[in-house]
Ligand binder design. Structure first.
Ligand SMILES: NC(=O)c1ccc[n+]([C@@H]2O[C@H](COP(=O)([O-])OP(=O)(O)OC[C@H]3O[C@@H](n4cnc5c(N)ncnc54)[C@H](OP(=O)(O)O)[C@@H]3O)[C@@H](O)[C@H]2O)c1
Length: 346
């Protein structure tokens, strides 16, 4: 049984979701250091019930938790930074800054789809060393509005049907931006239901000019490439074309990616565009974590402003089912509208 240290919470896991990083680590031995990292327990996404809390957790404040609270959060190497505290176990431990209470209307299976996608998108959009957009808090959203309260700034989220992109669309909308995004044709309604204004099919050869034409007269604050696998250079070219049209704000042309440069194999990014990389859990160390996990997530889940998307598909029950979920995920990942694979542990 894990013992919670200061700022830590132990959760009885009810549902966990599998992410690409889980099966990549298992197959390739990434991220977990050979020296001191093992035995490691994988798993990022969990939802469950708080069983115990460490010092500084039960005090009043935005991020206070007590036994019995229903929560979802980010665990493990991506969460607490501890390779033994992954989500794929009956009792997991994480930092209170990566947890949020969930309303009774949201099931554990639904909530389990959020943590890694949400943390990664929030880090990318709001962290100062990333896109540094205004946080979705009362008042700050107006930064993206004109004097008549109309949205005036646009962000392009590449890959709106990915887990990361689904959260990215919703966070950007909450921060007051108009969102343009890309997805297969069958997911255009899905992206609009999350709040996107424009959706383009990334299979279309003419997509670059299509986006530039649609955004004529709008001010684009940059591109959040929530896919980043062969799409970074294309996002950069779109920004350069938008700039030619006078549609890029503040002269800064920024493509925010979710994979480090070394993983973006074969990408030739044109000059004049900056490329940034965001790692999904760094928000716990700055003002973005408390603003998003401590404040926005619980309120947005309760109000419906945050939907738990992509929909969970419960593929197994019990710890034994986690390998099944990872194997299913690894097979054909990214080629179609992959559901979020969830395992229920209770
Ligand atoms: N930096 C971090 O901390 C971090 C954390 C998590 C994930 N990631 C990375 O973020 C990316 C997304 O991960 P995820 O788990 O969110 O993915 P996911 O949910 O498994 O994404 C699946 C979706 O990807 C879409 N897709 C496939 N090829 C695409 C393309 N060329 N352009 C746009 N969309 C495309 C497909 O959409 P359609 O069905 O519409 O075709 C598919 O439904 C991955 O590269 C992953 O490695 C990074």
């Amino acid at each position: 049984m894990p013992v919670p240290g200061p700022n830590e919470v132990v959760i009885r896991t009810h549902a966990v979701a599998a992410n690409p990083v889980d099966w990549f680590i298992q197959a390739m031995g990434l991220i977990v250091p050979a020296d001191g990292g093992y035995p490691a327990v994988l798993g990022c996404d969990l939802a469950g019930e708080v069983v115990s809390v460490g010092a500084n957790v039960s005090a009043s404040g935005d991020a206070s938790f007590a036994p019995g609270d229903r929560v979802c959060g980010l665990a493990g190497a991506h969460g607490a930074g501890d390779f033994k505290s992954g989500a794929f176990q009956l009792y997991a431990k994480t930092n209170k800054g990566l947890l949020a209470k969930i309303p009774d209307s949201v099931s554990f299976a639904q909530a389990a789809v959020l943590p890694l996608g949400l943390s990664t998108a929030a880090t990318a959009l709001f962290q100062r060393d990333a896109m540094a957009l205004p946080l979705p808090l009362p008042g700050t959203a107006t930064a993206a509005m004109d004097e008549n309260g109309q949205k005036k700034k646009v962000i392009l989220v590449w890959g709106g049907r990915t887990s990361v992109g689904s959260c990215g669309i919703q966070l950007a909308v909450a921060a007051g931006f108009d969102v343009a995004t890309t997805a297969s044709a069958r997911n255009h309604g899905y992206c609009r239901s999350l709040g996107a204004t424009w959706v383009f099919d990334y299979h279309d050869e003419g997509i670059e000019d299509g986006i530039v034409e649609a955004l004529r007269g709008h001010e684009c604050v940059g591109v959040f490439d929530a896919w980043s696998r062969g799409s970074v250079a294309q996002c950069a070219r779109i920004l350069l074309k938008l700039e030619k049209n006078g549609s890029v704000s503040s002269g800064r042309k920024w493509v925010q990616t979710v994979l480090p440069g070394a993983a973006q194999v074969g990408e030739e990014v044109p000059e004049g565009v900056e490329v940034g990389y965001a790692y999904g859990s760094t928000l716990v160390h700055n003002e973005v974590g408390p603003a998003i996990w401590g404040k926005w997530v619980p309120e947005a889940l309760a109000s419906g402003a945050l939907q738990c998307k992509p929909e969970p598909e419960v593929v197994a029950k019990g710890l034994d089912g986690i390998q099944t979920a990872c194997d299913m995920g690894a097979k054909g990942w990214g080629t179609s509208s992959s559901p979020k694979l969830v395992v229920e542990l209770i």
